[in-house]
Design a protein around this ligand. Structure first.
Ligand code: NAD
Length: 500
């Protein structure tokens, strides 16, 4: 059985005998064991980071950017290997796994421009002989705690930015698909990153708590489910750290009566069922405006959903693969039962799906509910599976209200040909990321990513210039080079200086 070890100080490191099973979701069998680390293992990573970080921070930004350029090339050269490894532990199809790596790589590309992004501001002559300027300095040692569903993209969002800014980084990836994060760190070493600047420690709650409580960790970025995000935010900030913690989601797709329904069906099936619905920017709720729109959409959706092909992650014709674990499959199926019990109409039932030759794999067929009530728990909770729920809205105002009043506020989309309706929706909806005729509005790397309400705790988004702000602290310098001396005892020196 393959063991997946920590990566500390530029080398593989193993200690202790606590391990977790890593599954092959296609087969439903254990394929590897991941080390579940302790506070002592974290301390080893902190020691490595502490030894390396001052020199890295003092390395000029252009040289740091060069490592990012090398890394970009290495990721591209290893794309197939990374995507296959990722798919084998996560279960998403290989083409989608390539997208996972690619969306992380795009943040690395942004990080290649870090010298420009780190430039401060300067005011000459803010007062007599006085200039003011600001610096962005790294925080020191930072950490990232990441979910199973994007084992390449989300770690790269975090460490790409943090490292380019001059920090050392400790990554605690999901214990369910930990191989790719280790491979990403090995490739960073190959790109020329000094040992100790990027460390990977594996583990569960014990390791996370050790990170939250360690005084040398100055900032934590977390992505995962909302209850854990809130816990991370509360405990991390109570310990004086800077924390951003992104949580779960229940994204709505609003369909206006004038929308191009064929396009909506194509977009919606991909966004609801792609990656088996295990995306925080999936669209698991569709909200047609008016019964007439709902009926027309439903008629087109049913055959499109029934035509979806579920297969192993290496099947090039599969639309999506298995979900990540048996427990998650059972949880999704229990939500399907809950939907029925709550009185929604189960139009397409994906339960009981078995793939020939892979009977033990964690597969679920696509599932579609109509007439879902906003008061139902299956609507209010995140299901995170291949389940699409239709909630019919009477009018535009109700369609704006549904996502706005939902506990989660990650993403939302509106499908329409009416520019005024779209503009009104964008301005009124209480959600962090909005798509207009774009089903999965994950912003490009030079903007920034972040949900609202229970989808995001903290104030600063991921990546882009927001990422630069999160991973640095601002120092503001006011300097004077006086022309001659000001005599001691001058009464002006006792009055607070103003620019008046
Ligand atoms: P999760 O919350 O179970 O795990 C995330 C991380 O937290 C993992 O590294 C895990 O080891 C750690 N963790 C788990 N339980 C813990 C505990 N009790 N105490 C401390 N740490 C703990 O999430 P997941 O199942 O891996 O990922 C899916 C979730 O992530 C979904 O809710 C999804 O919406 C969310 N997600 C959000 C975003 C976003 O940007 N908002 C992006 C991707 C995924």
């Amino acid at each position: 059985m393959r063991d997946i070890d920590h990566f500390i100080g530029g080398e593989s490191y193993s200690s202790g005998d606590r391990t977790g099973d890593v599954f092959d979701p296609n087969q439903g069998s254990v394929q590897a064991r991941v080390r579940l680390g302790t506070a002592q293992d974290l301390q080893r990573a902190i020691d490595a980071a502490k030894a390396a970080q001052p020199a890295w921070a003092a390395t000029n930004p252009q040289r740091r950017a060069r490592v990012m350029f090398n890394y970009k090339e290495l990721i591209e050269a290893n794309m197939d290997e990374l995507a296959e490894l990722l798919a084998s532990e996560h279960g998403k199809v290989v083409a989608d796994a390539r997208g996972d790596v690619q969306r992380g790589l795009e943040v690395i590309e942004f990080a290649c421009g870090i010298p420009q992004a780190l430039k401060g501001e300067y005011t000459q002559g803010a007062g007599p002989g006085i200039d003011v300027y600001s610096l962005r300095q790294p925080l020191g040692i930072c950490a990232g705690i990441t979910p199973f569903n994007f084992p390449a993209m989300i770690p790269m969002w975090m460490f790409g930015m943090a490292i380019a800014c001059g920090n050392a980084f400790i990554l605690k990836p999901s214990e369910r698909d930990p191989s790719v994060p280790v491979r990403l760190a090995e490739l960073m070493k190959e790109a020329g990153l000094p040992d100790g600047i990027l460390n990977v420690v594996h583990g569960d709650k014990a390791m996370v708590d050790a990170i939250l409580d360690h005084e040398d960790v100055k900032a934590i970025s977390f992505v995962g489910s909302s209850d854990i995000a809130q816990y991370i935010y509360a405990r991390g900030t109570a310990n004086g750290k800077r924390v951003q913690a992104f949580g779960g989601a229940k994204n709505h797709g609003i369909v206006m009566p004038d929308a191009d329904l064929d396009q909506v069906v194509a977009d919606l099936t991909g966004a609801a069922f792609g990656s088996a619905g295990e995306r925080c920017m999936a669209l698991p709720v569709v909200v047609p405006v008016g019964d007439e729109t709902a009926d027309r959409l439903r008629e087109k959706l049913i055959p499109a959903i029934e035509a979806l092909r579920v297969g192993v992650s290496t099947d090039p014709d599969a639309h999506y693969g298995p979900v990540v674990s048996k427990a998650h499959k059972e949880r999704i199926e229990s939500y399907i039962q809950m939907g029925i019990d709550e009185g929604a109409e189960l139009v397409v039932d994906g339960r009981g799906f078995r793939l020939q030759g892979n009977e033990e794999g964690f597969f679920i067929g696509p599932t579609f509910f109509d007439h879902v009530k906003p008061t139902s728990k299956s609507y209010q909770d995140e299901i995170f599976g291949p389940v699409l729920q239709m909630v019919r809205a009477r009018d535009f105002d109700e369609a704006v209200r549904l996502p706005s009043e939902h506990d989660f506020g990650n993403g939302v989309a509106i499908f329409t040909r009416n520019g005024h309706a779209a503009r009104e929706f964008v301005s009124r909806v209480n959600v962090g990321m909005v798509g207009v005729n774009v089903p999965i509005p994950v912003p490009v790397s030079y903007h920034s990513f972040g949900g609202w309400k229970r989808s995001g705790f903290g104030d600063i988004n991921q990546y882009g210039m927001e990422g630069v702000r999160f991973w640095t602290k601002t120092k503001v310098v006011t300097q004077r080079w006086p022309d001659g001396f000001v005599e001691a005892g001058n009464k002006d020196a006792f009055i607070i200086p103003t620019m008046g």
